[in-house]
Design a protein around this ligand. Structure first.
Ligand code: HEM
Ligand code: HEM
Length: 182
């Protein structure tokens, strides 16, 4: 397959964009919680449920990725840029596992239910310790949120650089409705 024709599979594309949308949604939902409006409890419930969905989808995605390696970057990509891209991707996976896990363990320690869209309760872990355990975990959750913002900025900057400066087809293979360059 030529570089121009290379595309991610429908499964890779769906997982990338569904998780990306959920991640952006997480930030919007928690801002809505912080605004303390009348629906704050619903937004908090959705933040937790979507967070657990991100955990599941990220595990599926890592499993898929092991069997379906990423398309190589164009051969002319400088090594340092390839290293940043790869590091960003690995750290995304780490953060997208660690954020829901910290939230899940903290909710468990507090004995607070994780209600999945009003349908059923996600099982809590056998952890207690209340605030003494949940507090530091939520500190980690907030610190991870900051690293997530940095990763998103780096990732966006890379995607836009490929498209507008390098003028290659790296963005098109993740956004198939954009026409690939010949
Ligand atoms: C904010 C949510 C996002 C997350 C968590 C995310 C995460 C990821 C991850 C983990 C990969 C690596 C896939 C792998 O090889 O294992 C990836 C690839 C990619 N992402 Fe994102 N992404 C997000 C948003 C975006 C956006 C907004 C764009 C475009 C503007 C984008 C464009 C791409 C492209 C082009 C690739 C493929 C890079 C390559 O083939 O080397 N992503 N993304
Ligand atoms: C990948 C999944 C997740 C992402 C991206 C995410 C993101 C965030 C962000 C950006 C914040 C705001 C941090 C700040 O104020 O600086 C936050 C707060 C919070 N998250 Fe998550 N979250 C995720 C999963 C979860 C899960 C699964 C739970 C619980 C089961 C959870 C519970 C909370 C709670 C309770 C807060 C409020 C903390 C506070 O008092 O400031 N999160 N999350």
């Amino acid at each position: 397959m030529t570089q121009a024709a290379a595309r991610y599979s429908a499964v890779s594309l769906t997982l990338h964009w569904v998780i990306a949308a959920l991640v952006v949604g997480q930030v919007l939902l928690i801002s809505a919680v912080d605004a303390e409006g009348p629906n704050a409890r619903t937004w908090a419930m959705l933040h937790k449920a979507d967070g657990m969905m991100i955990l599941l989808l990220t595990l599926v995605r890592i499993g898929w990725r092991v069997k379906h390696p990423a398309i190589p970057l164009p051969a002319e990509t400088p090594r340092w840029q390839a290293v940043i891209a790869r590091t960003t991707h690995v750290l995304f996976y780490v953060v997208l596992l660690a954020m829901p896990l910290s939230g899940w363990i903290a909710s468990s320690a507090m004995g607070r239910d994780i209600v999945m869209y009003g349908l059923f309760n996600w099982p809590l872990l056998p952890v207690d310790g209340g605030r003494a355990v949940a507090g530091p975990l939520m500190d980690i959750h907030r610190a991870l949120a900051k690293s997530l913002y940095i990763l998103i900025l780096l990732h966006l900057a890379g995607a836009l650089k490929h498209y507008f400066i390098d003028r290659n087809n790296v963005l098109q293979r993740m956004l198939p409705f954009l026409r690939a360059r010949a």
